[in-house]
Design a protein around this ligand. Structure first.
Ligand code: NAD
Length: 374
């Protein structure tokens, strides 16, 4: 992630320093950046001269003192609170008074990182998506303690890099990693109940929902280790909210190291010569799967809006620009009809008597009044 952020910042014209405590990681980042920029110039996305200039703006360092004159530092070290906190303390002792300290954390609270700093007002979350140069979305996350000017300036700066920023509250998973949970969780649940297999669920979401990848293909792509850890983290941080409860199916894949594409085996087998299973292309079943999963996603988006996580526009932008959803979930809910989405959720809730299916109160009141989000 660090190398991707460096590439984007240097492309926007900034002098960048990439820092890592591990020399091998630094060498790898340097090598990869050089290759990436070379490929971009070969494909004529940028000129050869531009590639050289961008690479020339990036320095590689193992000494924190080199950050002395930086205006912004974006931390993207391992996802471990103690390690991040120690780094922020060390950084604060080195950098100038006006330097903004940002974290790219996916799952830790910005407040907890900022809490160790003398000047917590300068600490903010700036959350990129992988691969950084290709994914347009960046979530801007002020903590309770973040200064107003730090938020405004960070957003302005990242916008000037050609990214699309959304402003969100410092809550677990921010927008994308919270709202997207049911795309995976409800799909796994459907599989666990024996309603359909992985290939059929993937087919249904692509065919009837227009998603570029089905949930199981996507989980295998992201990595079942990462996806499981994010789910577990969001669930525990929400005080074990049933809607975010992880599944044993995913946990077992994680324990077996069936991480997906990168390990050669996940929900699917990626060994050379292996044949992908065929979906059962039953339209009625496919539509049932699609409506169940998308209703869960929409309920989550409505809940995020109801709890003032972000504006409705930013919630919709986050899902289309951060995880390539075909439509913003709130706009899509308007199209499908809020009463229809509510009916699906209420049927599930009555059938299972489980809290995970409870509809958001805003969905209920809006459906009753015949209102729409847009
Ligand atoms: N991978 C993703 O898809 C993704 C997406 C968004 C955000 N993030 C977040 O970005 C951060 C990094 O993720 P990643 O996937 O790039 O991890 P990674 O493990 O690939 O890279 C982390 C790097 O941090 C270095 N490091 C460890 N301790 C350090 C220290 N004290 N000082 C300096 N460098 C140190 C490691 O040597 C390693 O090179 C995490 O907070 C993660 O939650 C990751």
């Amino acid at each position: 992630m660090g190398a991707g952020i460096a590439q984007v910042a240097a492309t926007a014209g900034h002098q960048v320093i990439v820092f890592d405590t591990n020399q091998a990681a630094l060498d790898k980042a340097k090598g990869n950046l050089e290759i990436t920029l070379k490929k971009l110039s070969e494909k004529q996305k940028i000129t050869e001269q531009a590639a050289k200039e961008i690479f020339g703006r990036i320095q590689f360092a193992t000494d924190l003192n080199q950050f002395k004159n930086c205006d912004l530092i974006i931390e993207a070290v391992v996802e471990n609170l103690e390690i991040k906190q120690k780094l922020f303390v060390d950084l604060e002792a080195t950098v100038s008074e006006n330097c903004i300290l940002a974290s790219n954390t996916s799952s830790l609270s910005i407040a907890s990182i900022a809490s160790v700093c003398k000047n917590a007002a300068r600490v903010i979350g700036i959350h990129f998506f992988n691969p950084v140069p290709l994914m347009p979305l960046v979530e801007i996350i002020p903590a309770l303690t973040t200064g107003e000017a730090v938020t405004v300036n960070s957003k302005k700066l990242i916008d000037s890099w050609g990214k699309i920023t959304v402003l969100t509250k410092d809550t677990p998973g921010f927008i994308v990693n919270r709202v997207a949970r049911s795309f995976y969780g409800e799909s796994i649940r459907i599989y666990e109940e024996g309603i359909a297999d992985f290939a059929t669920i993937d087919w249904a979401m692509k065919t009837f929902g227009g998603f570029k990848m089905g949930p199981f293909e996507l989980m295998d792509f992201i990595g079942n280790d990462i996806n499981y850890k994010v789910t577990e983290s969001v669930w525990t941080q929400f005080f074990y909210e049933p809607r975010f409860k992880p599944s044993l199916t995913q946990k077992r894949l994680y324990e077996a190291k069936w991480f997906g594409r990168k390990s050669g085996q996940g929900y699917y087998n990626y060994a050379e010569g292996s044949v992908m299973p065929k979906p059962k292309q039953n339209e009625e079943l496919g539509k049932t799967i699609f409506y169940r999963v998308v209703a869960m996603l929409m309920n989550e988006a409505v809940d995020a809006f109801y709890l003032q996580l972000a504006s409705k526009e930013d919630i919709d932008t986050a899902m289309t620009k951060g995880v390539n959803y075909p439509k913003g979930l709130l706009k899509w809910a308007d199209e499908l009809g809020l009463q229809n989405i509510l009916d699906i959720l209420e049927n599930l809730y009555n059938l299972y008597s489980e809290d995970r299916y409870r509809p958001c109160v805003l969905l209920k009141t809006m459906a009753k009044k015949g209102e729409t989000f847009y």
